[in-house]
Design a protein around this ligand. Structure first.
Ligand SMILES: Nc1ncnc2c1ncn2[C@@H]1O[C@H](COP(=O)(O)OP(=O)(O)OP(=O)(O)O)[C@@H](O)[C@H]1O
Ligand SMILES: [Mg+2]
Length: 395
């Protein structure tokens, strides 16, 4: 089956998209990864996403406009990939869209909103589109996250002899853990790049959007007092399963912790980089992980990676990119959504209840039909009339 998977993550930096040819044989999914593209949001759209995200307020008309424009941006990426790789068109496109709100209250996810209207994608590609992939898991009592646990558990193995983990360093860090005689577990750890990006963007007035190659962190000195204040965040001590997002870890959160301290950009970024390293290393060690496979934009920050190596390898944990397991790290999340699309149209569960905290695994997503019928039906001709046989009032 020819599938396109797409996401823009919590950093809303780019649409990550893959074209995959899937086959399911004897309970093994064979995925031939044909392409991965990373298409940056144009600057105007990116800044409009930035100004609707919490803690800012927005209007319903702006949500409608963004839903349309993000849908159109995703549609263009999908149409491009389909034209290049699938002569007959894609069968399925699964789009995560852009998370604009993830509603967590007292440790429970109550709702989650991803926008990027699927109809534009169906119209541009003719494919069956699977979207709104998190909502069903939330409705089943889960966090709707980390959905990456699906790919992680499949590539790590459900019950390996040693405890293994898969870590993603996006805007938020999340980890999936598998091991002998334990159910797979997954949770959001905390901010990976979210606070660093916020600091850099704020202090450079938007001239820089992230700490490219860790340049600021490398020059800065860690402020231990400030680090301790950040580490006091109760989220880090909450039990898994748990999820978080930019609803918590945003610029105002960062500023409230500064509490009058005057730090240079370099020192602030060095401190936030260490916060990422410490929270991730502590979470991984607390789970008894022996082998860790890493993905996401944070792997391209050498200061983050050196810090993680130092803390983990001294405890005997080996650290590799998830590429070692066959999944290119930058493409992992897009592959995840392609896989969810594939499983959803087959009617197969794509969430792992022990990882998201749901009551049961779910077939995920809302389906927008494309040119082909979603279900095989006996007639493919458009109807000409409607005959209603009423059972109302029948005794
Ligand atoms: N060369 C680099 N040096 C330092 N940081 C980098 C580099 N390249 C990427 N990053 C960081 O990675 C971030 C983007 O990572 P990624 O795309 O994995 O996250 P995301 O879009 O938030 O996805 P998600 O949160 O859903 O996993 C950037 O905002 C930046 O902070
Ligand atoms: Mg991204």
């Amino acid at each position: 089956m020819n599938v396109i998977g797409m996401i823009s993550g919590t950093s809303y930096d780019a649409i990550e998209a893959v074209a995959v040819d899937f086959d399911l044989r004897e309970r093994v999914v064979h995925a031939r990864l044909l392409d991965h593209v990373s298409v940056p949001y144009d600057a105007g759209l990116r800044s409009r996403v930035a100004i609707v995200l919490p803690p800012r307020q927005t209007t319903i008309d702006e949500v409608c406009r963004l839903d349309t424009e993000i849908g159109q941006a995703f549609a263009a990426v999908a149409a491009g990939l389909a034209a290049t790789h699938f002569a007959g068109g894609a069968d399925v496109v699964c789009s995560h869209g852009q998370t604009v709100f993830h509603w967590v209250h007292e440790g429970h996810a109550l709702g989650t909103l991803q926008i990027g209207q699927a109809a534009w994608i169906a119209e541009a590609t003719g494919a069956t589109v699977v979207a709104d992939v998190r909502a069903r898991d939330v409705a089943a009592g889960g966090h709707g996250a980390p959905l990456a646990s699906l790919v992680d558990v499949l590539v790590l193995g459900r019950a390996p002899e040693e405890v293994r983990g898969a870590l993603n360093l996006g805007g938020i860090s999340n980890v999936t853990v598998v091991g002998p005689e334990r159910e797979p577990l997954a949770f959001d750890i905390g901010p990976a790049n979210a606070l660093m990006d916020a600091a850099v963007t704020w202090k450079t007035a938007g001239a820089e959007l992230y700490d490219h190659d860790g340049a600021h962190a490398r020059r800065g000195r860690i402020d231990e007092d400030l680090l301790a204040a950040f580490l006091a965040e109760p989220y880090y001590r909450a039990p898994a399963p748990k999820s978080t997002g930019k609803e918590l870890f945003h610029l105002e959160y960062l500023q409230s912790h500064l509490a009058g301290r005057e730090l240079s950009l370099d020192d602030l970024v060095a401190t936030l980089t260490e916060l990422t390293v410490r929270t991730v290393a502590d979470a991984v060690l607390a789970q008894g992980v022996r082998e860790l496979f890493v993905s996401g934009g944070g792997t391209r920050n050498p200061v983050v990676m050196a810090g993680l190596r130092r803390r983990l390898e001294e405890s005997g944990v080996t650290l590799s990119l998830i590429d070692e397991l066959g999944v290119p790290e930058a493409a992992k999340e897009a592959v995840l959504f392609a896989l969810i699309g594939f499983l959803s149209v087959l009617g197969l569960e794509a969430s792992i209840a022990s990882c998201t905290g749901a009551r049961h695994g779910c077939v995920l997503g809302a389906i927008t039909p494309g040119r082909q019928p979603v279900l095989a039906v006996s007639s493919s001709e458009a109807p000409m009339s409607l005959v209603v046989t009423s059972a109302l009032g029948a005794t």
